[in-house]
Structures are given as C-alpha cells and as structure tokens.
Design a protein around this ligand. Structure first.
Ligand SMILES: [Zn+2]
Length: 119
C-alpha cells in the first residue's frame, strides 16, 4: 500500500507543530522577562505563562505521535495497530494520520485512561 500522501501530510504537520511549539515557548519566555522587569501582579502572568506551556505540551505530544508515525512509514509498519497488527481503517488514517491504534484498541485505551467512576 502506498502511504506517500500520508507521509506528506505528516511531514507538513511535523513542521507546523515544531514552529507552533517554538512560538508557544517563546511567548511563555517573554512573559517571564516581562514579569521580572515589572514586579506587578505576577499571578496573572504566571497563569497565561503556564497556559502557553500547556499548549506547547499538547503540541509536543501530537508531534511525538506524528514523528512515531513517520518512523513507522520508514519501517513499513505504518497503518497497522500497535497492539494486534490489524490494518487501521483508511478513513481513520485520513482523519488522524498519526493514529497508532485501530478504533477498537484506541477505545479500550481511552476507557482505561478515564478515571474510574466512584461508587
Ligand atoms: Zn488493534
């Protein structure tokens, strides 16, 4: 199967996420400098600063998955579930080209990571 269109999308995504992360980290750093220069209400600056870092962390998580998917294309295991090696639905790959699991195992993992309801 030819994954070159997915590969192209993943490479573009990787570049976009990388620059996005840099911007988020830069704006976080600027606020630290602003805060140091003007010791006013630091709590507000702290909050927006941590928000930038959270966005960067989210982007970094997706970036890792995108880079892992690119490695799977190189090694020939792309498009298959990491758990059972079943082919991932092409519709799913169109929506989430870095998807490492089939729908069944993605759902299982999400259920496992969800906090258990308290009785
Ligand atoms: Zn699976």
């Amino acid at each position: 199967m030819d994954f070159s269109s997915y590969r192209q999308r993943l490479i573009e995504l990787e570049a976009r996420l990388s620059s996005h992360i840099r911007q988020d980290l830069d704006s976080g750093r600027e606020q630290v400098i602003d805060t140091a220069a003007d010791a006013g209400d630091t709590s507000v600056a702290d909050e927006s600063e941590s928000e930038d870092y959270t966005n960067a962390e989210l982007d970094a998580t997706i970036l890792q998955q995108v880079q892992a998917a690119l490695r799977r294309i190189e090694s020939g295991t792309y498009g298959r579930c990491l758990v059972d090696d079943e082919p991932i639905d092409p519709k799913r790959l169109d929506a989430v080209p870095w998807a490492p699991y089939c729908i069944k195992h993605q759902a299982l993992l999400e259920a496992a990571s969800r906090p258990k309801p308290t009785l």
